[in-house]
Design a protein around this ligand. Structure first.
Ligand SMILES: Nc1ncnc2c1ncn2[C@@H]1O[C@H](COP(=O)(O)OP(=O)(O)O)[C@@H](O)[C@H]1O
Ligand SMILES: [Mg+2]
Length: 368
């Protein structure tokens, strides 16, 4: 057995997803998910992350960032302790933890492109006594890449099928697709918002953290003029490689379109449609038929799934659950797998996806 732990917390800032995986490249099933743990963020931490992720704040954030970096390190370490306790494994059984960290800024188009994930890896390594791999995105950026998305290499490792074209759609805060043809090059990029705008809009109007099953959206009607305005954002037409985040798709972005003039649930219906259309259009650029595999929390949004089905007539739409992996855990599994790649000196990025000049080993190793 070669046991690794993956820690993921995405743009949705909903929870720390912790997974325990057995990774064996010589096996037909190279990664097995043994145990999982989801640790919701305390509200105050959620607010601090959002405040630091807001690119337009007025105060000096350096002190706040350093404090939150350490505090998140402690929380990530606790999630590992909880996961291990549940699983019955001991720290000595684990080869490494791959910790994505919490993104507070992602600037692939800066003069010197950079990306910042916090959740101090020294703290994780010291508190758990387990080797920790972190900062997976920076090296790809130094090689001229977007540093994102990083999951396509993992999607290829677990979902590639020589008999059929497949497209993996990760519906987190942001949506990213992986185009996995039976023959030919793997591609992938962020298509735009998946849940983040819907989460922020329902937070503002209903004080809920997300729109369960898209029920609130379903009480509204799509506003065609607003939908056209949202679709006119230049990110959607931009060629790949490309990646995005809450720096761009946030409430300020939405307010440019005078959303407050509309019935709130109609805006929600329009945001759901925006996700469905932008994901579908991206998919249609690459194939005219394929098996589409949904993962990430948005895979549980039945209204969104319905709209995707409507737009993607002729495609076979499935959930990763149909392939034996719950949608919630794929990204965290990817970071356990990327830790395994790093420790075994294997490259983790796909240049055709990120736009990097070459493949490279991703991540920095923090000894226990
Ligand atoms: N039952 C559900 N109905 C609708 N949306 C859901 C449901 N379950 C989860 N989600 C959405 O999934 C998001 C979390 O997805 P996740 O894959 O963890 O994203 P991230 O990687 O950005 O944290 C939630 O914020 C919510 O928008
Ligand atoms: Mg999440």
């Amino acid at each position: 057995m070669a046991l690794y732990i993956g820690l993921m917390s995405g743009t949705s800032v909903d929870a720390i997803d912790a997974v325990l995986c057995d990774i064996d490249n010589s096996s037909a099933n190279p990664i097995q998910l043994l145990h999982t743990k989801s640790v919701p963020f305390p509200n105050v931490i959620q607010q601090q992350i959002h405040s630091l992720s807001n690119a337009e704040y007025a105060h000096d954030p350096i002190e706040e960032m350093a404090l939150l970096d350490r505090e998140l390190g402690e929380l990530f370490a606790e999630s590992v302790d909880d996961l291990l306790k549940d699983s019955g494994y001991k720290k000595e059984d684990i080869i490494a933890i791959g910790s994505h960290g919490q993104t507070i800024r992602h600037r692939p188009d800066a003069y010197h492109p950079f990306t910042i994930q916090i959740g101090n890896p020294h703290t994780i390594a010291a508190r758990t006594g387990i080797m920790t791999v972190a900062d997976f995105r920076t090296r790809d950026m130094v090689y001229g890449g977007q540093g994102a998305p990083l999951v396509p290499a993992f999607h290829r490792a677990i979902f590639y099928d020589p008999e059929q074209d497949r497209i993996i759609v990760n519906l987190g805060g942001i949506a990213n697709i992986t185009v996995l043809p039976a023959q030919g090059q793997v591609l992938g990029y962020d298509t735009g918002p998946a849940n983040t705008l819907m989460d922020q809009w329902i937070g503002l109007h209903q004080s809920k953290s997300f729109d369960a099953d898209g029920q609130w959206a379903q009480q509204g009607k799509v506003i065609p003029s607003l939908l056209q305005d949202l679709l006119s954002d230049s990110y959607f037409a931009q060629p790949f490689p490309k990646s995005t985040g809450r720096e761009h798709f946030n409430l300020n972005w939405l307010h440019q379109f005078t959303c407050d003039e509309f019935v709130p649930q109609d805006v929600q219906a329009t945001l759901l449609e925006l996700t469905a259309i932008t994901v579908s259009q991206a998919i249609q650029q690459h194939t005219s038929s394929a098996t589409v595999i949904l993962c990430g929390g948005g895979a549980y949004n039945s209204a969104l799934k319905q709209r995707l089905q409507q737009h993607l007539d002729g495609y076979d739409i499935k959930s990763s659950q149909d392939f034996g992996v719950a949608p919630d855990w794929i990204e965290a599994m990817a970071f356990s797998w990327l830790a395994h790649r790093c420790i075994n000196r294997l490259p983790g990025n796909l240049p055709a996806v990120t736009g990097a000049r070459s493949t490279t080993i991703l991540g920095a190793i923090f000894a226990p």
